[in-house]
Design a protein around this ligand. Structure first.
Ligand code: FES
Length: 266
C-alpha cells in the first residue's frame, strides 16, 4: 500500500488514502465521474471523491468504507472553488466525531487546505480555460430564450414538501431519504398532489433528515423508511399530524392553531 509523508512543525503525518470532498447542490453523474477521474489522476495514492450534498455515500459512510478497505491514515481534502467556508469549519468536528465511533480511533485523519487558498492553482485553471485547447463556442444561430414554454405555470399541487438535502442532513441519511420519499409518494398514489423541492440547509441540521410541509407549516424529522411511510400515510393520505415525528410548527401555523375562533353572534 503506498504512502506519503508530510512534516508539519515537529509532527509527521502519513497519508495512505485521500478522500476528496466536493460541495455542489447540482452535479450530473457524468460531471461527478469526470471529477473522480481527474482527482484520481492527481496522486499515486488511492482516492475517493464524494459529494457532500444528496447523492453517494456521506462523509461518514465514505470514511467507514476506506477504513474497511484497510486504510488507517486518511487525508480528507476539500475540492473545488469556492468551497463553502461553513463546511470547512464543520468538517474537522465531523471527522473527530467519526474517530470516537467503534474502533475508528486506530485511524488517523488529516484535513487538507481550503482550495481557495491555492491562488496559483486557480490562476492556472483560468489560464488553461482561456487557452486554445478549449476554444469558446459562438452563440450566433442559437434561438434567443430565457426559458422553456413549460416553465410558465406553477404545477397544481396540494402539499409542498421542502426536503433538505444539505450536507449536514446528508450525513444523517437525507440522500437516501429523498428517493425513499418519492417511492412512498408513488406507492400511495399521491405523487401528483405533492410538489417535492430539494433545498439547501434550512437550519435544524441536527434533526436531519428534515422535511418541511406547507401550507400546514409543520416540520418533520424522518430518520428511516418506517417514519417516511408513516408520514406519507398518516399525514398526507389520512390528514393526521404524526405528533411524534413533528418537531416544529411555523409561526403563522402556530398562530392559526392558538387563535381562538371568534364567537358568532346571531
Ligand atoms: S443541512 Fe438540513 S437543516 Fe441544515
Amino acid at each position: 500500500m503506498g504512502e506519503t509523508t508530510h512534516v508539519v512543525g515537529s509532527e509527521i503525518h502519513q497519508t495512505d488514502a485521500v478522500l476528496f470532498v466536493v460541495s455542489a447542490y447540482t452535479l450530473s453523474k457524468g460531471a461527478l465521474k469526470r471529477l473522480q477521474a481527474a482527482t484520481a489522476a492527481s496522486t499515486h495514492l488511492p482516492t475517493r471523491l464524494i459529494r457532500l450534498e444528496e447523492t453517494g455515500p456521506s462523509l461518514i459512510a465514505a470514511l467507514d468504507e476506506l477504513r474497511e478497505d484497510g486504510y488507517r491514515n486518511i487525508r480528507v481534502q476539500p475540492f473545488g472553488t469556492p468551497f463553502p467556508e461553513s463546511l470547512l469549519a464543520w468538517i474537522p468536528g465531523v471527522l473527530a466525531d467519526w474517530q470516537t465511533r467503534g474502533q475508528n480511533a486506530d485511524t488517523t485523519l488529516t484535513v487538507g487546505p481550503d482550495p481557495s487558498r491555492d491562488a496559483l492553482a486557480i490562476t492556472q485553471q483560468a489560464v488553461s480555460l482561456l487557452s486554445d485547447t478549449m476554444p469558446p463556442k459562438p452563440v450566433s444561430g442559437i434561438k434567443p430564450s430565457l426559458g422553456k414554454s413549460g416553465w410558465n405555470l406553477p404545477p397544481d399541487f396540494e402539499f409542498h414538501l421542502l426536503v433538505c438535502t444539505g450536507p449536514r442532513c446528508a450525513i444523517h441519511g437525507a440522500a437516501s431519504f429523498v428517493h425513499l420519499l418519492k417511492e412512498e409518494l408513488a406507492a400511495a398514489g399521491i405523487s401528483d398532489r405533492c410538489l417535492t423541492t430539494r433545498t439547501g440547509c434550512i437550519y435544524p441540521c441536527n434533526k436531519g433528515p428534515v422535511l418541511a410541509l406547507y401550507p400546514q407549516g409543520h416540520w418533520y424529522r424522518l430518520p428511516d423508511l418506517i417514519a417516511t411511510r408513516r408520514f406519507v400515510r398518516e399525514v398526507l393520505v389520512e390528514g393526521a399530524s404524526a405528533e411524534d415525528l413533528r418537531f416544529h410548527t411555523a409561526r403563522a401555523a402556530r398562530a392559526e392553531i392558538h387563535t381562538p375562533q371568534k364567537e358568532i353572534v346571531t
